[in-house]
Design a protein around this ligand. Structure first.
Ligand SMILES: [Zn+2]
Length: 119
C-alpha cells in the first residue's frame, strides 16, 4: 500500500489551536488543566503506518472502503483526533496506550464528516 503522507493543513492547525485556545489540553487527575501554552498538536490515534492500517480496517468494517492516504488525511489528521499540547504532555494524548478508545474517536470523526457533508 502506498502512503502519500500529507502534513496537517494550515486550516486544520488553526482550527485546533483556536478551539483549544492555544493552551495544552492535558487535565490531571484532580481536574486541573495544564497552564502551559499549547505549542504543538498531539494525535489521539498516533500518526504511524500501523495505526493508519488499523484505522482503515475498523473504518472498512463499520463504514466503507477507503485508501490509506484518505484515512491519513481525513481521520488521522481530523481536528477531533488532534489536541493542542505542550511538549511535556504530547504522549498523554496518544490513545495507542488505550486502544479501546480508538473506535470511539473513529465514530466521532465519521459523524463529523457526515455532518460536514464530506461523506
Ligand atoms: Zn501540558
Amino acid at each position: 500500500m502506498s502512503r502519500a503522507k500529507t502534513p496537517i493543513s494550515e486550516e486544520v492547525r488553526r482550527e485546533v489551536f483556536n478551539r483549544d485556545g492555544y493552551r495544552c489540553r492535558f487535565v490531571d487527575e484532580k481536574g486541573n488543566r495544564c497552564c502551559e501554552s499549547g505549542t504543538e498538536l498531539a494525535h489521539g490515534i498516533a500518526d504511524t503506518v500501523s495505526n493508519c492500517i488499523s484505522t482503515l480496517i475498523i473504518w472498512k468494517e463499520k463504514y466503507d472502503e477507503r485508501s490509506e492516504s484518505w484515512i491519513h488525511n481525513n481521520v488521522i489528521n481530523h481536528p477531533l483526533n488532534l489536541f493542542c499540547s505542550c511538549p511535556k504532555h504530547n504522549d498523554y494524548f496518544n490513545r495507542g496506550f488505550n486502544r479501546a478508545q480508538i473506535p470511539a474517536i473513529i465514530e466521532a470523526i465519521h459523524k463529523a464528516l457526515r455532518s460536514e457533508g464530506l461523506l
